[in-house]
Design a protein around this ligand. Structure first.
Ligand SMILES: Cc1cc2nc3c(=O)[nH]c(=O)nc-3n(C[C@H](O)[C@H](O)[C@H](O)COP(=O)(O)OP(=O)(O)OC[C@H]3O[C@@H](n4cnc5c(N)ncnc54)[C@H](O)[C@@H]3O)c2cc1C
Length: 418
């Protein structure tokens, strides 16, 4: 079926980014097919924490990141861990990442990300009016809770930076007020901050609900269908090789997350993305279950409470495309949560999970035309914020493909920067 624009668009990759692109392209009248090597939403978009958080503008390229990275080389329990490997790509990535770990670059990256995070939240708020409520969206705020007074006071510096530089403000919650704020928190914590503009979804529910909404709108989803080859002619993509034969369209969107470097040479550009591996464990709700999603920065973990479940997640490992889920990492998640929560675990584990975040060395996504190919665009490299940035990214990709002016400046996200 061809849409009112007469254009057919294929999206390679059915994670949250591919789905969001499908939504806005279908809305603009394109006939859209999403093709995925596995099942829709089975990549990094599945078992993450689901924070939709316009407050999280600061990138991973912080001045302290290099120290933490070096310390992690000898510590397999470090939350931020680099495993020494014989891969030149990784060392080039690390060197480029380290070069950007300055205060100035951190502030600059935050300024680039902030409009996209804000656009995304605005788009989500409209979307949640249309989608059924099964996404479990809650505009709950996002809290940072601290055990030690020193860590709580230390966070004041970050909070002041966010307020002064980006106009993002939090409310501080003193220890005495914590029981009223969230009765699941332990009595011996120092306090918390909450960013009330943030919220969260259950990511797998959002994906399922959004996919079925799009199917009703005529979007096609092809699962278990890896794209093996990209055919180009005269500066255009003319077809994709799949197990179901050649797939042809007017426009092609590549939203393949951590797998994106596979397409670099075929698209004639560099896509320097490393998989940043994280883990989560999903359980049934403890009898005293938190009411807010929270981060616990001293132990580098985060937590989301859902209607019929409860998830703890974290870690950032640069270990290549490793698929294992070491038991000690899952234990580390639940043991860390015990420092903050009265009941850190449910009685039953539903799922242990790993995901590969698509990490760029400057913490910015890649949203733009593929250099040298007129009808191919890239929507990838969303780092730790793919859920938060998806709706805005989908809007921007639709504008780009339809050659309509963009609501925000996207030059910082161009693939030409590599
Ligand atoms: C522990 C953890 C917690 C996180 N928490 C949050 C959070 O709270 N908020 C937030 O915003 N982000 C969070 N993230 C990050 C977020 O999960 C990612 O940024 C996001 O999922 C990336 O989405 P994506 O669509 O680009 O990638 P993916 O979801 O990985 O999708 C890419 C898809 O492309 C497909 N594909 C790849 N190659 C091919 C091919 N050749 N042919 C066809 N299909 C192909 C894959 O099968 C996959 O389905 C977290 C990540 C982790 C690991």
């Amino acid at each position: 079926m061809t849409g009112p624009t007469g254009d057919r668009t294929v999206i390679v990759g059915g994670g949250i980014i591919g789905i969001a692109c499908a939504h806005y392209l279908a809305e603009a009248g394109h006939a859209v097919t999403v093709v995925d090597r596995a099942t829709i939403g089975s990549g990094s978009s599945h078992g993450n924490l689901g924070f939709i958080c316009p407050s999280r503008v600061l990138p991973m390229n912080e001045p302290s990141a290099i120290r933490e990275g070096l310390a992690s080389l000898f510590n397999r329990r470090a939350a931020f861990r680099v495993k020494p490997q014989l891969r030149l790509d990784l060392y080039r990535w690390m060197a480029e990442f380290a070069r950007r770990c300055t205060h100035g670059r951190m502030i600059e990256a935050g300024r680039d990300l902030q409009p996209l995070l804000a656009l995304s939240m605005q788009e989500y708020l409209e979307l949640f009016e249309v989608l059924p409520s099964d996404t479990e969206w809650k505009h709950s705020g996002l809290a940072f809770a601290f055990r030690s007074p020193a860590a709580l006071d230390g966070f004041v510096e970050t909070d002041t930076l966010l307020t002064d530089t980006y106009g993002i403000t939090a409310s501080r919650i003193e220890a005495a007020d914590l029981p009223a704020f969230d009765p699941a928190l332990r009595d011996d914590l120092a306090g918390a901050f909450i960013y009330r503009g943030d919220g969260f979804v259950r990511p797998e529910s959002l994906i399922q609900t959004w996919q079925s909404h799009l199917t009703d709108q005529g979007v096609e989803f092809w699962e278990d269908c890896p794209v093996a080859d990209v055919h180009t002619e005269n500066g255009r993509v003319v077809g994709l090789d799949t197990v179901r034969g050649e797939l042809k369209a007017d426009h092609y969107v590549f939203a393949t997350g951590a797998w994106s470097p596979e397409f670099g040479s075929q698209l004639g550009c560099r896509i320097p993305i490393e998989p940043g591996k994280g883990y989560s464990v999903t359980m049934n709700r403890p009898s005293v279950c938190p009411t807010h999603p929270m981060l616990f920065p001293e132990h580098h973990i985060a937590m989301s409470p859902y209607a019929d479940g409860y998830r703890i997640g974290s870690m950032m490992e640069f270990v290549g495309y490793d698929t294992s889920i070491p038991e000690h990492r899952i234990t580390q998640l639940t043991e860390s949560a015990a420092h903050y929560l009265k009941e850190p675990t449910g009685s039953e584990t539903f799922e242990t999970w790993y995901g590969w975040r698509p990490m760029t060395w400057d913490s910015l996504p890649i949203i733009g035309r593929s250099p040298g190919l007129d009808n191919a665009v890239l929507a990838t490299g969303h780092n730790m914020l793919g859920i938060a940035l998806a709706a805005g990214t989908g809007r921007l990709i639709s504008e780009l493909v339809s050659e309509r002016p963009s609501g925000i400046d996207i030059s910082a996200f161009s693939a030409n920067r590599f």
